[in-house]
Design a protein around this ligand. Structure first.
Ligand code: NAG
Ligand code: NAG
Ligand code: NAG
Ligand code: NAG
Ligand code: NAG
Ligand code: ZN
Ligand code: ZN
Ligand code: ZN
Ligand code: ZN
Length: 341
């Protein structure tokens, strides 16, 4: 259960919010509302730290959250909102700031509805329509804000249980397949808490190594085709996931697929002469079994010379290959100094 919740949390990393700057000097009529508002604002401002986490989004995809790249449909909804805002102003109603795009990495704190609505200046977060004009308010799980029933039609996000506004639904759809979330950067403990996610990472690590090996083998064409069953980022980068990946992992659909690809790949390497000669013999024990970097459970790789050894053979001892290289270098230097070379 814990795992499922955590993976949901991971999905919620992708909570997408409009962020409006909150004015501390706003004069609301109700004192209680003001108090609630201040309490809300304090917690709200804590999410400033999320901005730092935006470095966890893969760089190339960052433009996705820039205002300039907002798809047309959003622009028009913002324009509509802007229009309503102007009309609201003319009617002398509460100020409403147009939304700003941002991806946050935490679950919204559960706050009292009144506090949230007060912080929204008693207007719909999507269009600015004053609350009293729209009696039915609906909560958007992604934005953590309330919307009028026009802007929120009870759409379920692709993650069950979560109901989101029209805006969030569209936004989520548009980023759904983009590998923009770096789990290692966002929160590494997710791996220890969500077993399936960790299992995916373990298999991915092996796939990364074996794919490199297969790419250098001219007999591996058919097995490399199998890699096309999954998005290429899953077998070329670690820690990088799309919302789609995370949901599929949670549903138990991705790990079996990755396992199958790994199985076919290993079977190829075991039976391929070309691949076999690219393996390593452990220099510590000189055992005849060939070692490969993808055997992450038994193989330890020297970070300097990239040679592979049995994990239990290596321990904390120094790499024999590196020692050999160093000795050879020392010998040749000494030899050249004494003029022997
Ligand atoms: C992540 O960003 C780097 C450059 O910053 C890019 O080369 C790479 O393709 C991106 N990865 C994915 C999976 O989009
Ligand atoms: C609430 O109104 C104030 C001014 O009255 C404005 O500065 C602020 O941005 C508004 N907040 C939201 C969430 O629209
Ligand atoms: C929200 O989505 C529903 C269902 O897709 C649609 O009927 C409604 O018109 C949308 N609201 C707005 C303001 O676009
Ligand atoms: C993911 O984040 C980790 C830790 O910040 C970083 O070392 C790694 O390069 C990142 N991966 C990608 C693909 O951006
Ligand atoms: C990471 O996630 C764990 C488990 O959900 C949580 O306890 C911890 O506070 C998180 N760390 C950060 C830096 O968000
Ligand atoms: Zn609305
Ligand atoms: Zn091969
Ligand atoms: Zn060994
Ligand atoms: Zn070495």
């Amino acid at each position: 259960m814990e795992d499922i919740n955590l993976l949901l949390l991971c999905c919620c990393l992708a909570c997408l919010i409009f962020r409006s700057s909150l004015d501390p000097d706003s004069n609301s009529a109700e004192v209680t509302a003001q108090k609630l508002y201040r309490a809300f604002r304090k917690r709200w401002l804590q999410t400033e730290t999320d901005i730092q986490l935006s470095s966890c989004l893969n760089a190339t995809k960052k433009t996705f959250v820039n205002q300039e790249t907002i798809p047309k449909e959003f622009e028009s909804s913002v324009n509509l909102a802007e229009e309503i805002k102007v009309k609201s102003r003319l009617r002398g109603t509460i100020d409403w700031a147009p939304p700003r795009f941002q991806i946050v990495f935490n679950i919204h704190p559960s706050l009292k509805r009144d506090a949230v609505v007060a912080a929204q200046n008693f207007s719909c977060a999507g269009c600015g329509t004053p609350v009293e004009l729209s009696k039915r308010l609906r909560y958007c799980d992604y934005l953590g804000k309330y919307f009028c029933d026009c802007c929120h039609s009870h759409a379920q996000s692709s993650i069950p249980k979560y109901y989101v506004s029209n805006f969030s639904k569209h936004l989520l759809c548009s980023i759904w397949h983009n590998p923009i979330f770096n789990v290692s950067c966002v929160n590494k403990t997710l791996y220890t808490k969500a077993k399936e996610l960790n299992r995916a990472r373990e298999i991915q690590e092996q796939l990364l190594h074996i794919k490199k090996l297969l790419k250098s083998c001219r007999f591996a064409e058919s097995v490399l085709k199998e890699f096309e069953q999954v998005s290429s980022h899953l077998t070329t980068e670690l820690h990088l996931f799309s919302m789609d990946d995370l949901v599929k992992i949670k549903q138990g659909l991705l790990v079996p697929l990755l396992k199958d690809i790994l199985k076919s790949s290993i079977s190829h390497v075991e039976n391929c002469e070309l691949c076999q000669v690219k393996g390593f013999i452990c220099e510590f024990c000189q055992s005849s079994d060939v070692l490969f970097p993808f055997q992450t459970a038994i193989c330890k790789r020297c970070t300097v010379c990239k040679a592979c050894f049995h994990k239990q053979c290596f321990q904390s001892r120094e790499c024999p290959k590196c020692l050999r290289i160093a000795a050879r270098k020392m010998f040749s230097e000494a030899a050249s100094e004494t003029g022997l070379l």
